[in-house]
Design a protein around this ligand. Structure first.
Ligand code: AHR
Length: 634
């Protein structure tokens, strides 16, 4: 028998307990959440025509009889360096084609807005037609613009797709002869999240909103650090007009992945303003993480000398001003000009992503001093390095404790067994020491032959078991997030991931369902649930945690059975004022290797039914390998 003790533990479950970790990895931003459909829209990639093709030419020759396209450098424009000059020699249908991010997903009857900046240089280019085409060149929707100006001018037009196609392309054909300059060629669905122009992909944000996340951590991950310091994430270059946001080669731009991505760049159309706005939309605390002057230690590990650290620290101070400062401050003004005079109410800031060792501690101290001097109310998240048990993990934890660090970010990607065996991980953590942000974790099953690691039910169930330990230790663990969040099925560098998408669809994995069940049933106050006076941390393959939601007046009991057999459990609810009915929500699957997929996105999804109490006892038959939530009004 399990006993739920209703005596107040006095331990609050923080509203931030279950959040999301967003990184632009696996095409999660460009090619994913950021709904831009044109790859390399402003010809800024290292190869300025990457992503652009010509019909009837080989991939890299842009010099045909009918015309030539060349990349031209702007004079003195460091952020938007190039534009495209097209010379049309004959009226024979010279065209450029954009291949999108592994194609463009278009939905039958949906509308798409096309944008282009153009400058007519000479001759008489009469019309530019814009068409969706499939791989056979069949037209699936078209529109056109008539360029008129000999100065740079923005044109827009709308296309309606005549058919649903996952891998459409956009063909831009010129009529007439002459020379024209083009830049910022852009295409977005009209139907974006909240209908914002040039906004975010609606289905992907919806999956996040459905989770009701307590915080949104951004922008990563290793992209915060960069492979080199020069290629670190610099938030100031990601705000203001999109055209002025300097593109960067993504740290995950690599040939060495299941799906190589040499064409992975960051356009920063999804920049810090948009991350703050998304946090606000989701009702999640924004949690930005900034470079601490150390490049990704899995790459160069390049260190900024201490005497050159000041601009990095200033970036942190200015970010707080951007988020919370009055509109009369320099950075508050930028926020205001972007349409958000209200403060974003930033409470947390992360210093460094996954850095470790004395070099980190030395730099962290400088950040801490400067941030606390100016903004004592801001809570600083520090890093413990990767993977508990790493060489510097203990060192980092000790040093940070000495410095009275407020919240330490731990990362672990481990086997499902590890997760099942470590549900007691935080039971021994000092209650008076720094709080914990379990900022990146995921159970990694063994790789299937020649394939990526999968989001199978065993991994998700093991995380559910482990997470009872996060919640039971809510006194210490205050923020948690699965990682990575999103992956494009044709362009991923890391698996497993929580949400998978292609150009048309998206689905939540079994791991997503576990996260969602926790996040939408978190409660406000921890209750104790024990068997023979002890917490359940895997004895007889059982795990448990209990909470009360003081606002909704609910009791929430989470039970995980990792046995291959069903188990009968009696929960003694010491509170006699219970109603006789509640709900039982069960997440399970027949086999541990089962997964959700594009074909069966809801194969593993929670089933909720009514449940009757017998007096103050709940008798539950826990299904084999299942995660169960019992909920009662009190
Ligand atoms: O989540 C993938 C990567 O894992 C992150 O970028 C990094 O922080 C960690 O090593």
């Amino acid at each position: 028998n399990l006993v739920v003790d209703f005596k107040d533990t006095g331990i609050k479950i923080q509203p931030t307990m279950y959040g999301v970790f967003f990184e632009d990895i696996n095409f999660a931003a460009d090619g994913g959440l950021y709904a831009e459909m044109i790859k390399n829209r402003s010809f800024e990639f290292t190869n300025p025509f990457m992503g652009w093709l010509q019909p009837n030419s080989n991939k890299h020759s842009f010099n045909l009889k009918s015309g030539i396209a060349s990349a031209i450098k702007y004079v003195g424009n460091p952020s938007n360096r190039n534009y495209c000059r097209v010379k049309i020699n004959s009226d024979k249908g010279y065209a450029l084609i954009n291949e999108g991010f592994r194609g463009m997903g278009i939905h039958k009857d949906a509308k798409y807005n096309f944008y282009i900046a153009a400058l007519k240089r000479s001759g008489d280019i009469k019309k530019i037609s814009i068409q969706f085409i499939d791989k056979e060149g069949v037209v699936l929707g078209e529109t056109n613009i008539v360029p008129t100006s000999t100065d740079w001018k923005n044109y827009t037009a709308q296309l309606i797709a005549s058919k649903t196609e996952e891998k459409a392309q956009l063909k831009i054909t010129f009529e007439g002869t002459g020379e024209i300059d083009l830049d910022m060629i852009s295409l977005f669905p009209v139907d974006t999240w909240k209908g914002r122009k040039k906004g975010l992909r609606k289905d992907l944000v919806q999956l996040l909103e459905d989770m009701d996340p307590g915080f949104l951590r951004f922008p990563g991950g290793c992209i915060v650090e960069g492979r080199t310091l020069a290629r670190r994430y610099q938030w100031k270059k990601t705000v203001g007009p999109v055209i002025d946001r300097e593109i960067l080669v993504n740290r995950w731009n690599t040939e060495f992945a299941h799906k190589p991505a040499p064409d992975y760049y960051q356009s920063f159309g999804l920049g810090f303003f948009e991350y703050f706005q998304l946090s606000e939309d989701l009702g999640a605390e924004p949690l930005p993480i900034l470079s601490c002057g150390i490049a990704c230690q899995f790459n160069t590990g390049e260190l900024v000398p201490m005497e050159e650290l000041a601009p990095y620290v200033q970036d942190a101070l200015d970010l707080i001003e951007f988020a919370n400062g009055s509109i009369n401050t320099p950075w508050g003004k930028v926020r205001n000009e972007m349409g958000h005079p209200e403060k974003f109410n930033l409470k947390y800031i992360g210093v460094g992503n996954e850095q470790w060792g004395p070099a980190y501690i030395e730099r962290y101290k400088v950040f801490e001093k400067a941030i606390k001097a100016k903004y004592p109310e801001i809570i600083i998240v520090s890093g413990s390095g990767p993977f508990p048990d790493g060489d510097y993990f203990e060192y980092g934890m000790e040093e940070l404790k000495k410095l009275n660090a407020e919240i330490i970010d731990e990362h672990y990607y481990r086997s499902p067994e590890w997760f099942r065996e470590n549900a007691n991980r935080y039971d021994s953590y000092n209650r008076n020491g720094p709080k914990i942000f379990a900022g990146e974790y995921a159970a990694h099953p063994k790789e299937v032959e020649d394939g990526p690691k999968e989001n199978n039910w065993e991994a998700a169930l093991s995380e559910a078991a482990f997470m009872t330990g996060l919640e039971r230790n809510a006194e210490v663990v205050q923020l948690t997030s699965y990682a990575p969040l999103m992956a494009h099925i044709d362009a991923f560098q890391w698996a497993p991931d929580m949400i998978w998408f292609n150009n048309l669809q998206s689905y939540g994995t079994a791991n997503y369902q576990v996260q969602k069940m926790y996040a939408t049933n978190k409660g406000t106050d921890l209750l104790s649930i024990t068997k023979d006076g002890k917490p359940l941390t895997g004895q007889e393959n059982l795990y448990a945690t209990a909470a009360k939601d003081a606002d909704k007046k609910e009791v929430i009991i989470k039970l995980v059975n990792t046995s291959n057999n069903s188990q009968n459990v009696i929960v003694n609810l010491s509170d006699k004022r219970l109603n006789s009915k509640g709900t039982i929500t069960i997440l399970t699957s027949e086999k541990l290797v089962d997964e959700n997929s594009f074909i069966a996105p809801n194969k593993i999804s929670p089933k909720e039914t009514e449940f009757e109490l017998k007096g103050s006892r709940a008798e539950v038959n826990l299904q084999p390998n299942s995660f169960t939530i019992l909920k009662y009004n009190v």
